[in-house]
Write a protein that binds this ligand. Sequence first.
Ligand code: ZN
Length: 125
Amino acid sequence: MIIAHIASMNVCLFCSELLIGRADKKYCDVQCKNGFHNAQLKKTPSQELRILQRILQNRIQIKLLLGAESRKEVTYEELKSVGVDIDFFTHFRSKKGEKQPCCFEFALSLKEELVCIELVRESVV
Ligand SMILES: [Zn+2]
């Protein structure tokens, strides 16, 4: 009976101490609550890190799409279906007056229905 009662008791989400009081209590006190939230914030990637992750994901997916080819035309749907978001790129390059977004060694030429992916230079990574 006592064991069953203890098993149903909650522990503090921050320090794991047994909580005494309301059934919906999550923390011992305000210090544990703040400690938990600060720890959560540290786990959340920053905006810059999320952007970098998207760019790196784009590079991987573009590389897989291109395979051994150095140039390939794909639809926007194809790009989207493999998780490429063309809003995330590393830089632009100019080619024949066209401003092309690039993701590392890959340049994207955005046309009406197709995207031309071109391997601009060999990867140094
Ligand atoms: Zn606590």
